[in-house]
Design a binder for this molecule. Structure first.
Ligand code: SF4
Length: 312
């Protein structure tokens, strides 16, 4: 079995109490079966708290959030009481994994970091070298990728090389990604896309405010070359994350469009906000990820709009 992923994958570290948008707040946290059994058997005061905090229904279990939608184990210092009491090994699978994601191929597992985590987004967007997917672990067994997996990963490597061709302006690189796949630019100005996204479910008021600003006062001009490297990292990260999904549904076109339109939307929001610094760009990328990538419903609606050619 091979493990592949971004060369800097193992540099990621949760910033815990310093995190301003903790993943322990505002999301339902599902508990896997093995952790559920452990939590139900745990003794002592932590065991009692765990057992009182688990809601189980229809064969699945999750932590019952507090009134302000916090995980009941997120303490006032922004730290996890489960880790403090029992160590990281006691976390359920989703908490131990987040913000890491995985793609499974024959004999190969690919890992990556989701942009919805502010620390992962910062690490990704401040990387100066082009994103490279490397072998992180290899037990010597032959990988044995299927022809479909091989073809998709070859295409992704080609698209990644186009996205990372620093001899060309980034907007042109994004156009070349579409051209390579025979795809037109999605229909609709960025203001129209903002109006469309305002029809979807939203989590953060700040995201709504950005969408309203983009809808009502779209930026008059694009961004200068200064922002090409962080936005190239956005384009690369979206490509790596989403293209492998086409192995399940065959929708390569939809995922390339999602990659390019996601990057264009983030760039337009950043331009609208005055391109005032990397912190703003990291925040916009994080919000896009949390609001669209990590919402099955919103991601589906975004892909549907792209499959229809754009928005009116
Ligand atoms: S969002 Fe990222 S940095 Fe924040 S608490 Fe979760 S894993 Fe840690």
């Amino acid at each position: 079995m091979k493990l592949i992923g971004p060369a800097d994958y193992r540099d990621f570290a949760c910033i815990q109490g310093a995190c301003q948008h903790s993943c322990c707040q505002g999301w339902e946290i599902d508990i896997d079966d093995a952790s559920l059994r452990r939590y139900r058997a745990m003794k002592g005061s932590l065991g009692q708290r765990l057992q009182a905090s688990i809601a189980a229904e229809d064969g699945s279990a999750h932590f019952r959030l507090t009134e302000d939608e916090r995980c009941p184990f997120l303490n006032g210092d922004g730290l996890c009481d489960i880790i403090l009491t029992e160590g990281e090994g006691a976390l359920c699978q989703i908490c131990a994994d987040h913000p890491r994601y995985r793609h499974f191929y024959t004999g190969v597992t690919e890992v990556g970091l989701g942009l919805c985590c502010e620390a992962a987004a910062r690490q990704t967007l401040t990387r100066q070298e082009p994103l490279s997917i490397v072998t992180l672990e290899d037990d010597g067994e032959a990988a044995g990728l299927t022809p479909e997996e091989n073809a998709l990963l070859t295409l992704r490597a080609e698209l990644l090389a186009l996205a990372q061709d620093r001899t060309k302006p980034l907007a042109l690189r994004a156009d070349r990604l579409l051209a390579r796949c025979g795809l037109p630019l999605p229909r609709g100005a960025m203001a129209d896309w903002a109006a469309f996204l305002l029809t979807l479910e939203r989590l953060e008021e700040a995201w709504t405010a950005r969408l309203l600003a983009l809808r009502d006062q779209p930026p008059g001009r694009g961004l200068g070359p200064r922002w090409d490297i962080p936005l190239e990292q956005v384009l690369s990260a979206l490509l790596c994350r989403h293209l492998p999904g086409a192995l399940e549904d065959g929708d390569i076109a939809g995922r390339v469009l999602l990659t390019v339109q996601g990057y264009r939307l983030i760039a337009a929001m950043f331009a609208q906000a005055g391109a005032d610094g990397i912190d703003t760009l990291v925040d916009i990328a994080r919000q896009f990820s949390a609001e669209i990538e990590y919402s099955e419903e919103n991601l589906g609606a975004f892909l549907d709009a792209l499959d229809e050619g754009g928005v009116p």
